[in-house]
Design a protein around this ligand. Structure first.
Ligand SMILES: NC(=O)c1ccc[n+]([C@@H]2O[C@H](COP(=O)([O-])OP(=O)(O)OC[C@H]3O[C@@H](n4cnc5c(N)ncnc54)[C@H](OP(=O)(O)O)[C@@H]3O)[C@@H](O)[C@H]2O)c1
Length: 353
């Protein structure tokens, strides 16, 4: 048998911190197609923190159904039509789609899956305009789910005003780096935290935030609050929370009256059994708004507005985007674990070929 396809499956539901052998790499031949099928070549796949929520058998708070052990892990992907069956219409070899697809080199889908039910939703195959100059992987990051999350949550939930102070955690990541730049462009003071000196250098140098520091230098609430007081002498108007835990708890202490906390994600908690216990008394006396937000509430509703706002900023070079590209399906476990041990630097993408 010639091995030409490689897929990444879930080996078992991880317990605690996700491990390399929670995944299994499976090899096989390129799948055959029948008359109504389409063979897709996978150009790139997105690796995102929300996948951890899908790797729990029972996760009542998850907004997506769980992955199944033994099945190929499905993620946001860019695919290209490689071959079509004899009865396939209106789909051509070379067409590219942004879709939800397995992490693998090749996938077979019935043509009806691509044509869909006419509804625009996450499971849809969105055809990519071949004349669009945006590079494929950017549909998974800057112009995909993380970029739109950053743009929508910052503008619609953060309700930023010029001169305000925003604090952003996981600031060099797929979402955070966009939030920091949008906030700078809107005239806010931007305070950012991340893990390593390399990431702090990127935030201060390439992204030009006003203040950046490593949260690892301030590993508990007391020291973190003291550091925030130093770098946010006028308090915090918007906290864009990507991490939860003691960083969120500390930020709450610095929030100004009528401040907004954008509850984007809590990555510090995703692998823990015993979750962080928060101190919430600052919320009422400072009349804070803490808003939980989900990408699905803005996609596809705000897609047009998002693209219209973002494209000129990107084309003029005012907004940049850092990616972390892993070559080969075999790298998926390492790439995914990298989200939780801070090894990733920018938007994580897998290129199967
Ligand atoms: N609500 C939604 O619809 C939505 C959509 C997209 C993303 N999200 C959430 O947004 C957050 C960021 O997502 P992303 O895709 O942009 O990921 P990302 O920032 O590219 O990667 C995750 C980053 O989190 C940081 N991190 C990991 N463990 C941490 C810990 N214990 N304490 C502090 N920081 C930690 C790491 O950065 P450092 O090197 O700085 O440690 C890591 O690079 C996640 O919480 C995600 O779940 C939510």
């Amino acid at each position: 048998m010639t091995i030409e396809n490689v897929s990444c499956t879930l080996n078992r539901y991880p317990e605690g911190m996700v491990k390399l052998d929670d995944f299994k790499i499976v090899q096989g031949p390129i799948p055959e197609i029948s008359d109504n099928d389409v063979l897709l070549k996978v150009l790139c796949c997105s690796v995102d923190p929300f996948m951890r929520g899908r790797m729990k058998k029972d996760n009542p708070s998850s907004y997506v159904p769980p992955c199944q052990p033994g099945k190929v892990i499905q993620v946001f992907s860019i695919t290209q039509v490689e071959k079509i069956g004899a009865n396939v219409t209106d789909i051509n070899v070379g067409d590219k789609y942004m879709c939800f697809n397995g992490i693998e080199k090749y996938t077979v889908v019935p043509q009806q899956a691509i044509k869909g039910d006419g509804q625009k939703n996450l499971g849809n195959y969105n055809k990519i305009d071949p004349n669009n100059p945006i590079k494929d992987s950017f549909y998974l990051g800057l112009f995909g789910m993380p970029g739109m999350t950053a743009w929508a949550f910052f503008n619609k939930v953060g309700k930023p005003k010029e001169g305000e102070t925003i604090f952003v955690s996981a600031a060099s990541g797929a979402v955070g780096q966009v939030v920091c730049q949008l906030a700078k462009l809107k005239g806010l003071k931007v305070v950012a935290c991340a893990s390593s000196p390399e990431k702090i250098g990127f935030l201060k140098g390439a992204i030009k935030v006003d203040e950046a520091f490593s949260y690892r230098d301030f590993p508990d609430k007391e020291s973190f609050v003291a550091q925030l007081r130093k770098v946010c002498p006028n308090g915090i108007d918007i906290y864009f929370d990507n991490v939860g835990g003691y960083i969120l708890d500390s930020a709450l202490q610095l929030m100004n009256v009528h401040g907004r906390v954008v509850m984007c994600g809590m990555i510090s908690q995703y692998n823990l059994k015993d979750k962080y216990q928060y101190t919430l008394q600052d919320i009422s006396n400072r009349r804070l708004t803490l808003q939980g937000c989900l990408f699905n509430d803005y996609f596809p509703r705000c897609m047009g507005e998002f693209m219209q706002d973002m494209i000129p900023m990107v084309q003029s070079g005012k907004l940049i985007y850092k990616e972390d590209v892993y070559k080969g399906v075999e790298k998926t476990p390492e790439a995914f674990i990298g989200l939780f041990n801070s090894k990733n630097f920018g938007k994580v993408v897998i290129e199967p070929f």
